[in-house]
Ligand binder design. Structure first.
Ligand code: C5P
Length: 290
């Protein structure tokens, strides 16, 4: 019997970079919030090897794909000589700062582990996830979380009262941003490269209260400095949204997605038509309830 899993995405409510490390990665503190916008992944046991198909022809389905790599890493670690057939139905935009690919990789580990009767314990799944990418371990659990280190050390958090029932608008401009590019170009903005530790905890304290405006005033993303400098249109999106009822609009991860928090989903939906009129009706937009 094939197994089907939903693969969610995330936004970073804060992405506070604390400095560049010896190993080339950046030390950071981030608060990640799962977003109920999903890809769907189906898993089935086959005789041997990994076979991947995908609804989006732009995504390679060979061994370079993160889902393919996650599946192979699982089989190797579990010392299994069986195979798995995977189909990925894509809805989450790619190179978007939404962690779609990282989520797909984590869900692949969880899905295949179930397919093989829970062969690997949680700590082994975590190690494989962390080796696949900094954001992958976050998606092994379901709720919001504080992540530190290069993003792989995840501390699960309870839901945030300040965001309960609020609306979120996600906007993908139709171009992507390379994550390594964004990190490299942070070197031109020393203040954003060397953030003060502790801001993430301050934000969490505010999100645990009920005053949404106070909480969202503390959202921050170090990577906005290089990315908005290269793509000033994203700054215009934010100004437009905040002038039309968004409590706050910011870039997620290394971009290019903008997210905006509204009082509720209806308020988020109400700006879509005018936004598309202003910036183009091919722009990808989704309104969701938190
Ligand atoms: O870990 P992941 O493969 O997602 O990282 C992609 C790239 O983003 C890294 O190769 C690195 O250039 C950059 N990165 C970083 N510091 C982090 C996370 C990612 O410099 N904490």
């Amino acid at each position: 019997m094939p197994l089907t899993y939903l693969s969610p995405c995330k936004v970073n409510l804060i992405l506070n970079i604390l400095g560049k490390r010896q190993d080339g990665f950046h030390e950071l503190e981030t608060v990640m919030l799962p977003i109920p916008l999903h890809d769907t992944i189906t898993f089935e046991r086959i005789g041997k090897g990994v076979t991947l198909t995908c609804s989006d022809p732009r995504l390679p389905t060979d061994a370079s794909n993160l889902v393919h790599r996650a599946a192979s890493a699982f089989l190797t670690n579990a010392k299994l000589f069986d195979g798995v057939k995977i189909h990925l139905e894509k809805r989450i935009p790619m190179a978007a700062g939404l962690g779609g690919g990282s989520g797909n990789a984590a869900i692949t580990l969880l899905g295949i582990n179930e397919l093989f009767g829970g062969r690997l314990p949680e700590n082994r799944l975590y190690d494989i996830a962390a080796a696949l990418g900094s954001d992958v371990p976050f998606f092994l659990q379901k709720g919001p979380a504080l992540a530190v280190g290069r993003g792989e050390k995840v501390q699960p958090l309870p839901p945030f009262p300040a965001l309960q029932g609020r609306g979120i608008l996600l906007i993908h401009p139709g171009f992507g941003v390379s994550t390594p590019w964004a990190y490299q170009n942070l070197a031109r903005f020393p203040q954003d490269l060397n953030g003060q530790a502790g801001r993430a905890q301050e934000l969490i304290n505010a999100l645990n209260g009920t005053d949404t405006k106070t909480a969202v005033a503390q959202l921050y993303n170090s990577l906005e400095a290089p990315v908005l400098d290269k793509h000033p249109i994203l700054k215009l999106y934010q100004e437009f949204l905040e002038a039309r009822g968004a409590l706050r609009a910011m870039m997620s991860g290394s971009g290019s997605t903008t997210f905006a928090i509204f009082e509720n989903k209806t308020a988020a939906e109400s700006v879509i038509e005018e936004f598309k009129g202003q910036f183009g009706d091919t722009i990808w937009v989704a309104a969701l309830e938190l």
